[in-house]
Design a protein around this ligand. Structure first.
Ligand code: MG
Ligand code: ZN
Length: 234
């Protein structure tokens, strides 16, 4: 088996907006900003931050569902998924966000059957209260979903691994995969760390690049250390 497996971030990569940020803006009780500052300053990990923040959400199920129905995904993501299926390349969504939200949003596009590793959002008591658990956390890691553990596990399958992502939650996984399609802050991380990558603006680019990834030509052009400026997206 010499194919590729794709690990794909959700918030900011598949979705346009960050789901938790948008929920906190709308339904967060006071205190979530302090947790955000503690996380940004490195005083707490994302798991502690989000567990606390989700506990501060004040919303009904209907309010949550209505809000989620207003969030959009990258317009080319459904075509990208169709292409991966046509080319028999497994894609797994690996997210430090909320499983319920991801299923709900992807469901509008008939894509809620994609394999998913994410934090688990569940209603709590009393009503309007919510609770977060992290079934994909790992020992010694402060993230909710340990993407580095998921990437390490994918590497053991004998296939090569592509990561598609945009932010800080993707940094540790980027160090453990064979190639990265990078957006936003992940671009600079890959460049600085010498990780083979191509910068993308969205799934339209990813769709163009996928055949060149699978035929090996992208990887051949991008051995670590080569300047990323040599890349052209057709
Ligand atoms: Mg992201
Ligand atoms: Zn981790």
């Amino acid at each position: 088996m010499t194919g590729w497996t794709i690990l794909c971030d959700f918030d900011g990569t598949i979705s346009v907006e960050d789901v938790i940020d948008s929920l906190l803006d709308r339904f967060g009780r006071p205190g979530w900003e302090t947790l955000e500052q503690d996380w940004r300053a490195g005083r707490i990990g994302s798991r502690e931050c989000m567990t606390g923040q989700v506990g501060l959400l004040d919303m009904t199920q209907d309010e949550l569902d209505k809000h989620l129905s207003s969030l959009w995904i990258d317009h080319a993501f459904p075509a990208f998924v169709a292409k991966t299926r046509e080319l028999s390349t497994p894609l797994r969504v690996v997210s430090d966000g909320l499983d319920y939200a991801i299923h709900k949003i992807l469901g509008r596009y008939g894509l809620d059957d994609l394999p998913l590793a994410a934090n688990h959002l569940a209603p709590a008591t009393p009503p309007r209260q919510w609770q977060l658990t992290s079934p994909f956390q790992a020992d010694g890691c402060r993230s909710g979903t340990c993407k580095c553990a998921v990437a390490a596990q994918a590497a053991k399958t004998g296939t090569k691994t592509l990561l598609i992502g945009d932010g800080a939650s993707d940094f540790c996984a980027a160090d453990r995969v064979d190639f990265v399609f990078a957006k936003h802050r992940l671009i600079e991380h890959c460049r600085a760390a010498g990780i083979p990558y191509v910068p993308i603006t969205g799934f339209e680019d990813a769709l163009e690049l996928l055949p060149r990834l699978l035929d090996g030509s992208l990887l051949a052009e991008h051995t670590p250390g080569e300047p990323a400026l040599a890349v052209t997206i057709p």
